[in-house]
Design a binder for this molecule. Structure first.
Ligand SMILES: C[S@@+](CC[C@H](N)C(=O)[O-])C[C@H]1O[C@@H](n2cnc3c(N)ncnc32)[C@H](O)[C@@H]1O
Length: 296
């Protein structure tokens, strides 16, 4: 049985945007991820859920969807996303835990989760939640950190690294930072009701040496080519999966949210949502729905 309260990697108040992206030379990683994402995204859709959206780095990629729910555990990341993407009704900002999604079953026809699985202590629990809120045949695009990458294989063979990149179980190399074997991810996706339709290996040239030797443009071009080869030995893999089996389709439902604790209906009362089963109240803070903890 999966852990109902898995540990969470909390980015609240972190300087992820500036310290990881803006002040580091990660233009190459950002660009090749967008290339892969564009290759996998459907041509259009009604409502997309971006899980662990952070500060909204990739949220502008979802222009073909009528509505985008930008969801993250960190309110401060979402506040930046809101400043950046604006307050039009097309973007809905939701602070919530991916293990306890506050959404009605089957309200999304697409979801993405990029650079988030590597913080997940319970992969089965999070996949189960995601499948529940998707319609049948919905698209779920997942990025994961691949433990069977060339650098890890080389380090293992030369005894600089103890964990075996060919072993199927996840490796937690730093607290709440996991690398996954492609076979493990496939098994857990299938168990949760997803079928893999497409795989793209991404970010072959992350190492500093490549960045010193070649321009970002050249590296991006080379990565674009390698993405089409299916060689799954890159540090990052993007998957396009399809939700299988019969399940609810509530794409047209007026109410998107349910109580993340009880699953009960929510009724709006001023700047709060009140659970009709338990009476628990959830805040709406300056346009951001906050389901991290109830008010009372
Ligand atoms: C490495 S960042 C990636 C952000 C964004 N997807 C990107 O690629 O720029 C990981 C994000 O996952 C979020 N996160 C981690 N655990 C979470 C959970 N249990 N529920 C919701 N978000 C979570 C963090 O708050 C953080 O913003």
């Amino acid at each position: 049985m999966s852990d109902p309260r898995p540990r969470i990697c909390d980015y609240e108040g972190s300087n992820y945007r500036t310290e990881f992206w803006e002040n580091k030379d990660r233009n190459y990683e950002d660009r090749v991820e967008r290339v892969a994402l564009r290759r996998l995204l459907p041509v259009g859709g009604k409502r997309l859920l971006e899980i662990g959206a952070g500060f909204g780095r990739l949220s502008s990629e979802y222009a073909a969807f009528d509505q985008v729910v930008v969801m993250d555990y960190s309110l401060s990341q979402l506040q930046y996303a809101q400043e950046h993407l604006g307050r039009s009704g097309r973007f809905v900002y939701v602070a919530a835990d991916a293990y306890h999604l506050p959404f009605r079953a089957g309200v999304f026809d697409a979801a993405t989760m990029i650079r988030v699985l590597h913080h997940m202590a319970s992969v089965p629990a999070v996949f189960e939640q995601i499948r529940h809120v998707l319609t049948p045949d919905a698209t779920f695009i997942l990025e994961f950190a691949n433990k069977r990458n060339l650098k890890a294989i080389l380090r293992f063979l030369t005894r600089q690294q103890q964990w075996n990149p060919f072993d199927h179980e996840p490796v937690e190399f730093v607290e709440l930072n996991f690398d996954f074997h492609p076979a493990y991810v496939q098994r857990e996706l299938n168990r949760a009701g997803f079928e893999i339709a497409e795989r793209i290996p991404v970010s072959f040239f992350r190492m500093g040496l490549f960045k010193k030797l070649l321009s970002t443009d050249k590296l991006v071009k080379a990565d674009e080519l390698l993405q089409t080869t299916g060689i799954e030995y890159s540090p990052s893999i993007f998957l396009r999966t399809v939700a299988r089996g019969t399940s609810a389709n509530n794409l047209s439902a007026a109410d998107l949210f349910v109580c993340p604790e009880s699953g009960g209906d929510l009724v709006r009362d001023g700047e709060t949502l009140v659970c009709q089963s338990t009476g628990q109240r959830w805040a709406i803070r300056d346009g951001i729905y906050d389901f991290k903890a109830p008010l009372d």
